[in-house]
Design a protein around this ligand. Structure first.
Ligand code: ADP
Ligand code: MG
Length: 595
């Protein structure tokens, strides 16, 4: 079995890990039974570390030792951060930020270690590789920092994948046809982005991405907190009280995604004063309206950047936990003039897509890429075991191509058509898609003619037709869409091998072609010489050329054989002409003698 690869969504607020198990992408739940783990890291005074909900629970006691949203600092310099971080950020020797004496990469590595640990515990095996997602707008330094965080966690990062691409994979949008366009609306805990992707040759390209790295569910929680503070004249809270308020606001907000009403309850919040208040979904929506409006502005901007109208999109998908809010879904549907696809859990889609990508890379998931071009060349085997290409690689479908073939031996009554796919010169190195026998009217060698035609329709179905030109009898075989539906990696491997073996392959083809020619020439020359048709001055040159051809054939090397065959061909030119003449004379004589 191939080595397993994890798919990890390293989120600002939450992280998740998935894998392809028994052919299916799944997310792996932590000890709490949750598939989502808060991206929170507690760092104790003597350097102990706790990650996830265990870290969050410590926030009530030691808020200054719990790091959240570390993703914001990844790949940034301390000077870029300023006061925009909940904890104190100091500057390391290299100008990079430090939180509690650790670099953002080291802190992210703790989250990744936890994801690795959860996966290894669930899968009961060690796992060393991972695909990690990043926002589409992450620049090189941020991507490099993410990769280093993975390495610090003991993972080989086999790919850094864009989050919107991962989301599109989770929604199965890679099955869309070429040039399809997808908008991914991702509203998480602390960030928002809208990315427009276009499918190009089986991969998603980013057409536009717009967003705000300071806009997410946390902001809505803060708006709710403000409202509670005002209603109960609490003033501006801070520290543990503020954390309690934020947690309760978030809980209420989530409840209102399902229920019409909830109760905000904070017993003994302010001394022995308890806070108790009803909150309706309608009230939350009023508070949320301007917040949602800000995301919509970015959507319009992204559309304008890509020069697209909502109708130009083939799909709109929602990801990020905050898109569970009904008002968000409504507003997005209105702006894009369509119902968004919400068939996946929005806060799990990115990790699921990362798992799909990792499964493709490990081979656990055989991803079929449907392209509108032939991923590999198609042809049939001809004389000498050579590959004869009828439709070259990267031909746009639908397409059609044909060629005429002749019989290799006298009196032959049928030939086997072996349909091949691949880039190698020799038939045996390519893949056989199928084979069948065609019967034809027997004739002398090279006389019977069979036309072979390949036709690929718009669905990628390959149909092979073989016609005996003497009788016009057709043999038609349909070979399914194996001609177009080829595993991505297999294509890569085939093309790679063809490059790797290019020289060997080419010399083998040259040798085979020269050998076929030699096999035709040698018996004919023999016959002519024995009939005494050669002139004396020709004879020695022909005999020496024949000897050369035989030596080159025995040596098996392509170039000398090609040269020797050319020499023999040249030396026998005059002889061949006389042979033809003699054959005509003989025929004439036979006719005259009345036979
Ligand atoms: P990130 O991508 O930022 O790591 P997520 O995609 O997990 O985070 O989104 C987290 C945000 O989603 C939080 O602000 C959380 O409050 C919000 N959220 C999660 N579930 C719901 C829900 N049912 N209703 C409203 N908001 C939710
Ligand atoms: Mg996210």
């Amino acid at each position: 079995m191939s080595e397993p690869i994890l798919g990890i969504d390293l989120g600002t607020t939450n992280s998740a890990v998935g894998i392809v198990d028994s052919g299916f992408p799944i997310l792996l739940a932590n000890e709490d039974g949750r598939r989502i783990t808060p991206s929170a890291v507690w760092i104790g005074k003597s350097g102990e570390v706790e990650v996830g909900s265990k870290a969050l629970r410590r926030r009530a006691v030691e808020p200054e030792r719990v790091v959240t949203s570390i993703k914001r600092l990844m790949g940034r310099r301390a000077s870029e951060v300023g006061g925009n971080f909940p904890l104190t950020v100091s500057t390391g020797d290299d100008g990079l930020p430090l939180v509690l004496g650790r670099s953002p990469e080291e802190i992210s590595a703790e989250i990744l270690k936890e994801m690795k640990r959860i996966a290894e515990w669930r899968m009961e095996m060690p796992i060393r590789k991972a695909v990690i997602t990043v926002p589409a707008y992450f620049h090189d330094a941020q991507r490099a920092a993410t990769k280093r965080a993975g390495e610090l966690a003991g993972l080989e990062v086999v790919r850094i994948l864009n989050e919107p691409t991962a989301a599109a994979l989770a929604y199965g949008l890679d099955k869309l046809s070429d040039h399809s366009r997808v908008a991914v609306y991702d509203l998480g805990g602390g960030t928002f982005d809208l990315t427009i992707l276009e499918m190009q040759d089986g991969v998603f390209q980013v057409l536009a991405t717009h967003g705000d790295t300071r806009l997410g569910g946390d902001d809505l929680d803060a708006l709710l907190v403000r409202r509670i503070e005002e209603r109960h004249s609490l003033g501006e809270t801070s520290g543990a009280a503020r954390i309690r308020l934020m947690e309760e606001a978030e809980r209420a907000k989530r409840t209102l995604s399902e229920a019409d009403e909830t109760k905000i309850l904070l017993p003994f919040f302010d001394g022995d004063r308890s806070i108790e208040e009803r909150l309706s979904r309608a009230e939350l929506e009023t508070i949320a309206a301007p917040w949602i409006g800000r995301t919509l502005r970015h959507c319009r901007q992204a559309l304008a950047d890509a020069d697209l109208k909502p109708a130009d999109l083939d799909a709109v998908v929602l990801v990020g936990g905050s898109t569970r809010i009904p008002a968000v879904r409504r507003e997005v549907a209105a702006l894009f003039e369509r119902e968004p696809d919400v068939s996946q859990h929005p806060d799990e889609a990115i990790a699921l897509g990362a798992a799909i990508q990792s499964g493709v890379m490990s081979g656990a998931l055989r991803k079929m890429v449907l392209l509108d071009v032939t991923p590999l060349s198609l042809g049939i085997e001809t004389f000498g075991g050579l590959m004869n290409v009828l439709i070259p690689r990267n031909t746009t479908i639908p397409c059609k191509a044909g060629e005429m073939f002749t019989n290799a031996a006298d009196g032959q009554t049928s030939m086997r058509v072996r349909v091949l796919q691949g880039e190698r010169e020799m038939a045996r190195d390519n893949w056989e898609l199928g084979n069948f026998e065609v019967a034809f009217e027997p004739g002398p060698k090279g006389r019977a003619r069979v036309g072979v035609q390949f036709k690929i329709d718009a669905d990628g179905i390959l149909e092979v037709l073989a016609r005996d030109t003497a009788t016009n009898n057709d043999t038609i075989v349909k070979l399914g869409n194996a001609a177009v539906n080829v595993d991505d990696e297999d294509v890569g491997r085939m093309v790679g091998e063809s490059v790797e073996h290019a020289f060997d392959d080419m010399s083998e083809r040259i040798f085979t072609e020269a050998r076929l020619k030699a096999e035709e020439l040698l018996p004919a020359v023999d016959a002519a010489l024995s009939q005494g048709l050669a002139l004396d001055d020709e004879r020695s040159e022909i005999e020496s050329a024949v000897a050369d051809v035989k030596t080159a054939l025995a040596s098996g090397s392509a170039h000398p054989l090609k040269v020797a065959v050319q020499r023999l061909d040249h030396a026998t030119e005059a002889l061949a002409a006389r042979l033809v003449e003699k054959a005509m004379d003989d025929a004439l004589e036979r006719k005259l003698s009345g036979d």
